[in-house]
Design a protein around this ligand. Structure first.
Ligand code: MRU
Length: 365
């Protein structure tokens, strides 16, 4: 059963658009340079879009999906509108990252919208559909923010107006076309005048927590960067009122894949009696996946563990090797949190217990 269904109001504008159309190309904010430098990259070919997703210049499940949709539009605009171009674009983009189901959801939606059309109608329809996916993502972020705000308002009422949220990875505006998922309630609460503070977990090895800290700093939201390994202590001491993370794929039973390290926070939160929430839109739900054991986990380049990136004294972005190239390493990029450890899932339709997702999205089951 949904815990709540009436969204409150909130508004958010991305300080820099994460993704926008630019002629027959797209302009993306290159996230591999953040938090050091904000640079926009223009992607003119579908192969460049695929490389940007694989290389994490764009990242975060909803943004990956929207970017891939625009990648299909670019392919049709530059390579032709026949079946072979559509097929090649869908398979190239579909092979970029395996865990975030938003990618496959967006590509299936593009396929469904474009394939029945004659080649002459596909080009414009592809841009229209990609725009619709991005606009809907922004709208769902806003609704997630409104529903999550209700939870944070309740906590604030019990704690003299103060709320301490722990998050993991980056599920803010950088990861979407709108305000974000896990951070949308935080932005809504901050805007509402609630004294919300965020504990930001570094999120080794790619350090998406630095992106979260950068976002929150720009928005003036109080936050504290912590080492991933500090999360257990802070939860055990109950220095946290709620954990909220995003998701890359939620199985039919509510088991949830998110950035590796999420599971440890969920376990520590359960042991400490701290509520653990997942915030995600409908495009992250995979009712074809019965449970978390069927979710593909991305294994990434192991140099992500051996090499760190930062600024040198002259302000140049440099890479430093911290472990020899032949050090045995494993780099699973995601983990799965069992539904039983999740207090509730914050969606654009309301806040629901993981086992009841199907009742909120009957048309997807
Ligand atoms: O590898 P990334 O940076 O794409 O992983 C991102 C995450 O795991 C996010 O938490 C998730 O995609 C939710 S984004 C709103």
């Amino acid at each position: 059963m949904p815990f709540s269904s009436e969204p409150a109001q909130s508004a958010f504008r991305q300080p820099i658009p994460t993704l926008r159309r630019d002629g027959d190309a797209i302009a993306i904010l290159d996230q591999t340079l953040l938090p050091f430098r904000s640079e926009i990259r223009r992607l003119t070919r579908v192969t460049e879009v695929a490389a940007a997703i694989r290389g994490m210049q764009v990242r975060g499940a909803p943004l990956i999906g929207a970017t891939a949709a625009f990648g299909v539009a670019i392919a049709l605009a530059t390579d032709g509108t026949g079946e072979a171009v559509l097929d090649d674009a869908l398979s190239l983009l579909g092979a970029t990252r395996p865990t975030a189901v938003n990618l496959h959801w967006a590509l299936a939606r593009m396929d469904g919208a474009l394939r029945p059309l004659g080649p002459g109608a596909r080009r414009d329809a592809a841009w229209r559909e990609a725009h619709a996916i991005a606009a809907e993502d922004a709208a769902t972020c806003k609704e997630i923010g409104a529903h999550g705000l209700n939870l944070l308002t309740d906590i604030a009422a019990r704690r003299n107006g103060r709320v301490r949220v722990m998050t993991h990875c980056n599920a803010g505006w950088l990861a979407t076309c709108g305000a974000g998922t896990a951070l949308a309630p935080v932005y809504a609460a901050h805007q509402r005048g609630i004294a919300v503070e965020v504990l930001v977990s570094e999120t080794r090895p790619r350090n998406q927590g630095l992106l979260t800290a950068w976002e929150l700093r720009q928005a003036g939201v109080p936050h504290t960067l912590i080492a991933d390994n500090a999360a257990g202590l802070l939860l055990a001491r109950r220095d946290v009122d709620a954990v909220i993370t995003g998701a890359d794929r939620i199985a039919a039973n509510g088991d949830t894949a998110n950035k590796v390290g999420t599971l440890l926070k969920a376990l520590a939160a359960r042991a400490a009696g701290v509520p653990f929430y997942i915030a995600a839109p409908h495009s992250t739900l995979d009712f074809d996946c019965a449970d978390g054991s069927h979710i593909p986990i991305e294994d990434r380049d192991t140099d992500e563990l051996r090499v760190v990136r930062g600024l040198d004294r002259d302000g140049r972005i440099v890479e430093l090797r911290q472990a020899p190239g032949d050090t045995a390493t494993a780099n699973p990029a995601f983990d799965v949190t069992p539904a039983g450890l999740i207090t509730a899932i914050i969606t654009e339709r309301g806040v629901v217990s993981p086992g009841a997702l199907g009742s909120l999205y009957p048309e997807q089951t």
